[in-house]
Design a protein around this ligand. Structure first.
Ligand SMILES: Cc1ncc(COP(=O)(O)O)c(C=O)c1O
Length: 435
């Protein structure tokens, strides 16, 4: 093992043996090399005559670039677009995102947590979690209504076993008991659990109520207190899009600094929240379980994260980090976000109003939804894939078949005035297939 990895592991052993035990074999072996990047960081400070370190080209004191690219990006300084961004991301972006996290999550203000590290959006953050913490055979606990890509990231890439629990109970709430039961079984079988908490949820569009959130956190706390090492990951991709009386901060705030065996990891980013899907700008943030500061634990996790970034994609795109910094500093940012939030909330409300107006009882029920981009219909007598194809071929309507009964509708991309027609068409298609 590399001596730098041994050093990081020793720090973890000393300050949080549980976090060391949570790491995968790869996670234990990770380190950040003192190579070109650290030599060139030193040169940036001291090489006043010539800096011949880093692998870019320069001209007249700034990065070399093609005018045909630079001209269209002239609102930004070439130094903020063309060179590599640092491996953990632009420091200003990390600071601004941390401040945003504190504004959005009042519960975090009294907590200790790392600086967010920039990722190539949330999928990359999930892959980092899988690399750091998942060993083949480890159990990942998540609801059976889940974003399908978790399969590739955790099961296919890393050999994890996805332990799915029923998402909703009979009363139409989150099935906290099923969650607790699955967690308990995993704790008993493995002594370790990786838990994925994705709210607002894809595909259901559900966020727990305050009391459901408390019960989820309590269940995690109890298993940690009973001796299970728990990595609790919040996938906050759709954060902020809360349309009803639900938990309005990330579960990360409630999970941070709760128990030494409970490591909280927050994944979030500009993708859905700032409507910047193609920017590929996201963040990973850690909070360990100690209620007194353990900077060594956070530093070791940050360093290992930088190591996996350096060894996979080297660093994240620079222009989009600059664009997000610019947006976060804009005086118009809050007002523009509110405007878009209201559009999406209007679509969610319209969807509910259309579904509640009656007339569809023979065809479907719908799963609870209160947030995010999506909702799901539960079809009563038509196969979802058959309906999907029929809708596409005969009505030009695209939907997603999740399984035999569930059809996902992204109301986020249907204008409010078109929502009644969308459901009428889906209803017509169901009737075509059932007469
Ligand atoms: C729950 C969830 N997490 C993560 C992602 C991926 O986000 P990104 O595009 O930032 O990688 C998605 C995208 O659909 C998602 O629905």
């Amino acid at each position: 093992m590399n001596p730098l990895a041994i050093e990081l592991n020793k720090k973890l052993e000393q300050h949080s043996p549980a976090v060391l035990a949570m790491l995968s074999t790869l996670g234990k072996e990770l380190f950040f090399p003192k190579g070109i990047l650290s030599q060139s960081a030193e040169a940036k400070e001291k090489a006043h005559r010539f800096d011949a370190t880093i692998g870019i080209a320069t001209e007249k004191g700034q990065p070399m670039f093609l005018p045909c690219m630079g001209a269209k990006l002239s609102a930004f300084a070439p130094k903020d677009i063309f060179p590599y961004a640092p491996p953990a991301g632009k420091p200003e972006l990390r600071r601004l995102w941390r401040e945003k996290m504190l504004r959005d999550n009042p519960g975090l203000r009294s907590k200790q947590f790392s600086n967010p590290i920039v990722t190539n959006a949330l999928t990359h953050g999930l892959a980092i979690v899988a690399d750091l913490f998942v060993e083949p055979g480890d159990h990942i606990i998540l609801p059976d209504m889940l974003w399908g890509n978790y399969n590739l990231t955790f099961a296919t890439r890393r050999g994890a076993i996805l332990r799915k629990h029923v998402t909703f109970n009979q009363a139409g709430g989150y099935h906290v008991d099923a969650f607790r039961q699955t967690l308990r079984e995993t704790a008993a079988a493995r002594g370790k659990a990786v838990v994925l908490l994705n709210f607002p949820n894809n595909p259901s569009g559900y966020t727990p109520t305050e009391s459901e959130a408390d019960a989820l956190v309590q269940a995690l706390y109890e298993e940690a207190a009973a001796g299970c090492n728990v990595v609790a990951v919040t996938d906050d991709a759709y954060f902020g899009l809360f349309y009803e009386e639900v938990l309005k901060e990330s579960l990360f705030a409630r999970l941070a600094n709760r128990h030494p065996r409970l490591l909280a990891v927050k994944l979030d980013g500009a993708t859905k929240e700032e409507f910047a899907w193609g920017f590929r700008t996201g963040f990973i943030t850690f909070a360990d379980g100690h209620d007194s500061p353990q900077p060594e634990v956070l530093t070791a996790l940050e360093t290992k994260t930088m190591g996996i970034i350096r060894g996979t994609i080297s660093n994240c795109p620079h222009p989009s980090q600059t664009f997000v910094i610019d947006a976060l500093k804009s005086p118009d940012y809050e007002a523009q976000k509110l405007e878009k939030f209201e559009i999406l909330r209007g679509r969610a409300r319209k969807t509910k109003a259309v579904l509640d107006a009656g007339g569809f009882e023979q065809a479907w029920e719908y799963y609870p939804f209160n947030s995010g981009y999506f909702m799901c219909l539960k079809l009563k007598n038509v196969d979802a894939e058959r309906l999907r194809l029929h809708l596409l071929d005969n009505y030009g309507v695209g939907t997603i078949a999740i399984n035999a009964t569930d059809l996902r509708i992204a109301f986020s991309c249907i204008e409010e005035e078109d929502i009644p027609e969308l459901f009428q068409l889906i209803h017509q298609a169901v009737r075509d297939l059932t007469v």
